[in-house]
Ligand binder design. Structure first.
Ligand code: C5J
Length: 226
């Protein structure tokens, strides 16, 4: 469909072409959302992130079967940790660090249970999963290449955490020329106050990093695409 769809959003309506749009689901992994993972070892209450699961699930089922592409990311490292900066390994002086054995296998290591995307949001065949060593989804990954090959101009952003991997990705995407729409109820933080300010920062100054809407307004806008 060449026609543009309009979503009610802030700071003003977001217009996008479905065939040039990708839905990104960022880092919805056991390590961040389940007890006994990296998020908990950092000292966080991981239950705070669960509020995003149901809205993301609704958006995924609205988007699947339309021209809008779906792409997932996971934060984590090679088993030999050769892609993990020593600064990241040291940071926090944690008792259980990246690469150590935890209840869900080695923490934040690819191939381990903790690194997997949560059961509720498992990727379907044909939906690429980008493994990233950093917070930003573009850094040291082939995300930009895939999006360019698909002709993507617009990104609909969901996932965790609002002020860390979501924000870093939105900022990276913005500098690469993508128009980003963040769905407020589909992103979450261990710190509700950071979530609130993080969302405000995206849409301030005329949408300095992009637009903000929510799952209901987005789903309403794409009703009729299937
Ligand atoms: C964090 C992320 N918070 N996915 N990672 O360490 O936001």
């Amino acid at each position: 469909m060449n026609e543009k769809i309009v979503v009610k959003a802030e700071p003003y309506d977001f217009e996008f072409e479905p065939r040039a749009t990708a839905l990104m689901v960022i880092d919805m992994q056991n390590d961040f959302l389940k007890p006994g993972g990296f998020g908990e070892f950092l000292g966080n209450d991981v239950s705070l992130l669960r509020r995003a699961i149901e809205p993301i699930r609704n958006v995924l089922s609205a988007v699947r079967g339309t021209e809008i592409k779906v792409i997932h990311t996971r934060e984590g490292h090679r088993p030999d940790l050769s892609d993990c900066p020593p600064s990241k390994l040291r940071r926090g002086r944690l008792k259980i660090r990246i690469g150590d054995e935890g209840p869900m296998g080695r923490v934040l290591v690819r191939g381990q249970k903790g690194h997997e995307i949560i059961d509720e949001l498992k990727p379907l065949e044909g939906e690429p999963v980008i493994d990233k060593p950093g917070k930003g989804s573009f850094y040291a990954t082939d995300l930009h290449l895939i999006l360019q090959n698909w002709g993507i101009k617009y990104l609909v952003i969901t996932g965790v955490t609002t002020e860390v991997c979501v924000h870093t990705t939105v900022r990276e995407a913005n500098d690469r020329g993508y128009e980003c729409l963040v769905l407020e109820d589909c992103v979450a933080s261990y710190f509700p106050e950071f979530h609130e300010v993080g969302i405000k920062m995206i849409k301030a100054q005329g949408g300095i990093f992009g637009w903000v809407s929510d799952s209901k307004r987005f789903i309403e806008a794409i009703r009729g695409l299937k």
